[in-house]
Design a binder for this molecule. Structure first.
Ligand code: PCA
Length: 323
């Protein structure tokens, strides 16, 4: 059947068409809805939606519901999802610069972490750009501390203890402590403990709270050894396909999200340690012996990182130390 359109019908059809084309972006993250990073990227998506009058609608898919952590970067690279969030150090095998934020005690405070990020950001962005990805922003987790089943004052007590790792650096640190590491995604922590695969971990108080660490560990040792970052990136072709106004809205919201995320992270540190304590965990400072051993391990891991990262890595550390 042929359709003939009258002038009036044509005008009505035009009026029914939104003034702007609508673009929908899926944005996967491995982390759950209760995590401050996820709240921050949700606020980012809300800001973009508001600033574009709804013409760019970003849907957050949390807790690995769209793609598993290990698939997110390639999914964005291939355009299956236009944007995504991952733990930056997950990509350390591609380029050592992605792992510079996971060296114990290289940058253990927010100010140091900010200086390290400003020294390494250009190289991180360039490494992503080589893969057709554009870095939008990056936000640290609070300092990484131990969750254990007993009070540990002598590092020798850690020998042979099974340990939940989340990247190469946590695995290496565990090896140097004589522990037995297994990689487990954040969302799988409670199961890994309850099934006996692991008996300890190092992570932020935020992840301790979101995984209810008091159900399977009793002692939190507040070493705050490094601040690993999540990063949010976008497929560069997808970014370029937006209108100029939409692209500007994404970049402005990204800048705001980075500032907001760092503030949220800072605030989390104290409130989530308090939450662990309120839930019944013993919160303690590391013994001198444990601190000394961890400092040694930090030196070893910094040297190993530099060995792999070569001149580019040395330049990042020089810039960081000059700040
Ligand atoms: N939480 C994430 C990464 C670092 C952190 O604090 C995790 O434990 O997997």
């Amino acid at each position: 059947m042929k359709h003939y359109i009258t002038a009036a019908g044509f005008a009505a059809a035009l009026a029914a068409t939104p003034a702007m084309a609508q673009t929908n972006w899926d944005m996967p993250t491995p982390y759950g809805d209760a995590v401050f990073h996820t709240q921050n990227i949700t606020a980012f998506a809300d800001e973009v939606r508001a600033a574009t009058g709804g013409s760019l609608d970003i849907t957050i898919h949390s807790a690995g519901s769209l793609f598993a952590h290990g698939q997110i970067k390639d999914s964005v690279r291939r355009g299956l999802a236009p944007a995504g969030e991952i733990l930056m150090s997950q990509l350390v095998n591609e380029n050592p610069v992605f792992g510079v934020d996971s060296i114990p005690f290289l940058a253990a405070s927010y100010d140091e972490a900010a200086a390290l990020w400003s020294a390494s950001r250009g190289d991180v962005a360039a490494a992503l750009e080589d893969q057709g990805l554009t870095l939008l922003f990056s936000v640290p987790w609070p300092g990484q501390s131990f969750f254990l089943r007993e009070e540990v004052t002598d590092p020798a007590q850690l020998q042979g203890v099974t340990f939940r790792a989340y990247n190469n650096a946590t695995e290496r640190m565990a090896q140097l402590l004589g522990m037995i590491p297994t990689q487990v995604e954040a969302g799988d922590i409670p199961t890994a403990f309850s099934t006996g695969r692991v008996a300890s971990m190092i992570t932020s108080p935020s992840t301790g709270v979101s995984s209810q660490a008091w159900d399977y560990t009793s002692h939190y040792i507040d070493v705050q050894a490094w601040l690993p970052k999540n990063m949010v990136f976008v497929n560069t072709d997808a970014l370029n396909a937006l209108t100029d106004d939409e692209r500007a809205a994404v970049l402005a919201a990204a800048e705001a999200a980075e500032a907001r995320g760092w503030e949220m992270s800072r605030a989390e540190t104290a409130t989530q340690i308090a939450a662990l304590e309120a839930a019944g965990m013993t919160v303690m400072q590391p013994s001198d012996a444990l601190s000394a051993r961890l400092a040694e391990i930090g030196e070893i891991m910094a040297a190993e990182w530099l060995d792999g990262a070569g001149d580019a890595g040395a330049a990042v550390l020089d810039t960081y130390r000059a700040n």
